[in-house]
Design a protein around this ligand. Structure first.
Ligand code: FE
Length: 197
């Protein structure tokens, strides 16, 4: 069972993010997919050799979530961007839930932007926790620390330097503005509708 990298070349030409930066980013993403496949092969090979109780096996297992989430978070991120960003309709269930949980969409956006602007490398994610029926903005450190178990990731923003440095230098705030103009709210909304079921 090998994972195949998804094609996000439809994003080339998106306002605010250069093709060069996106192409570099796609290559990085493909590296995560390749490593997920390599890890699966290694697990099988080590098990077949009867060495599954070794520290080497344990360390590869520890690494797996980092590589897998590096792959999946990029797919969610590229997947929630669009060349002609889609506004969130006020009739959408997600819009109503944002207003219910945060008071207003402006209050939600302010908190998401503050999360996205945090120092460090990682991800800003708007999650939906089915257990408490709540929307929560979270910061994920690198790819693996800070996820909420069982929660669905609805809107994902890459906050690693590679996502913006080529175009914006150290001005992450300018990148966050650009990102907000690319959000495909139709997709984010569908993710919420699926998670609600
Ligand atoms: Fe990235």
């Amino acid at each position: 069972m090998a994972f195949e990298p998804k094609d996000f070349s439809n994003l080339l030409g998106i306002p605010g993010l250069s093709d060069q930066m996106l192409k570099n980013h796609f290559t990085l993403y493909q590296g995560y997919v390749a490593n997920v496949n390599k890890l699966f092969d290694s697990f099988a090979a080590i098990s077949n050799e009867g060495k599954a109780s070794t520290p080497e096996y344990a360390e590869l297992k520890r690494r797996f979530g980092w590589e897998f989430n590096g792959m999946r978070l990029h797919e969610l991120y590229f997947g929630n961007m669009k060349t002609d960003g889609f506004a969130l309709s006020s009739s959408a269930a997600l819009k109503q839930k944002i207003v219910k949980d945060f008071g207003s969409s402006e209050a939600w956006e302010k908190e998401f932007r503050a999360t996205a602007a945090m120092r460090g490398i990682g991800w800003a994610v708007l999650c939906y926790d089915q257990g408490s029926d709540k929307l929560i903005n979270i910061w994920v450190n690198e790819h693996d620390v800070g996820h909420l178990a069982g929660a669905a990731s609805l809107l994902v923003m890459d906050a690693f330097e590679h996502a913006f440095m080529l175009d914006y230098g150290t001005k992450r705030a300018d990148y966050i503005n650009a990102f907000f103009n690319t959000i495909d709210w139709d997709t984010v909304s569908h993710r919420f509708d699926s998670a609600k079921r």
